[in-house]
Ligand binder design. Structure first.
Ligand code: HEC
Length: 138
């Protein structure tokens, strides 16, 4: 009888671990994106993606992101220093690139930004991001 209890607990433990591990795996790219966002982007674009006045454009509800998905990877890696229009407002401050981010990390940041704060811009794959980054490699 004791032996049976032991087996049931062992079995329950294994199932619980599988559930935990798979939950972790499905969530981790988004969570990694969120952590990277808070380390590399939040100081300018704010935690809620609202930007900062006339200097820093918003990422939450930004039409620019909806319309320029193919530019985001190169922008994150190499920065951008030309005027751009977001929701009808022209911004013209340079954004620095973050060269230390890997292709995977850039993919996870884009997917975080695409889905955070009520944004709904779908997802990009690592393959798509790599193709974009090839085009702007210096
Ligand atoms: C030092 C401040 C700063 C940091 C850090 C920064 N940005 Fe920016 N970002 C800007 C500015 C300024 C612009 C406008 C650039 C221009 O006018 O050419 C911009 C523009 C953008 C845009 C396009 C415009 C829009 O609002 O849709 C996106 C997308 C973007 N940033 C995402 C990011 C992401 C993701 C990160 C982190 C990897 C990041 N930025 C880090 C300042 C920053």
């Amino acid at each position: 009888m004791r032996n049976l209890h032991l087996r049931i607990w062992l079995f329950a433990g294994i199932i619980a671990s599988i559930v935990l591990v798979s939950a972790h795996c499905t969530q981790s790219p988004y969570i990694q994106g969120e952590i990277l966002y808070s380390n590399f982007c939040e100081s300018c674009h704010m935690q809620d993606g609202s930007g900062l006045g006339a200097e820093i454009p918003p990422l939450a509800g930004a039409d620019y992101i909806a319309q320029n998905q193919e530019k985001l990877a190169c922008m994150i890696r190499h920065g951008i220093a030309e005027p751009l229009v977001v929701n009808g407002i022209t911004y013209n401050q340079a954004m620095p690139g973050v060269e230390v981010l890997s292709d995977v990390e850039i993919t996870n940041i884009i997917n975080y930004v695409n889905q955070a704060w009520g944004n709904n811009h779908g997802t990009v794959t690592l393959g798509e991001v790599r193709k974009q980054l090839e085009a702007c490699r210096h």
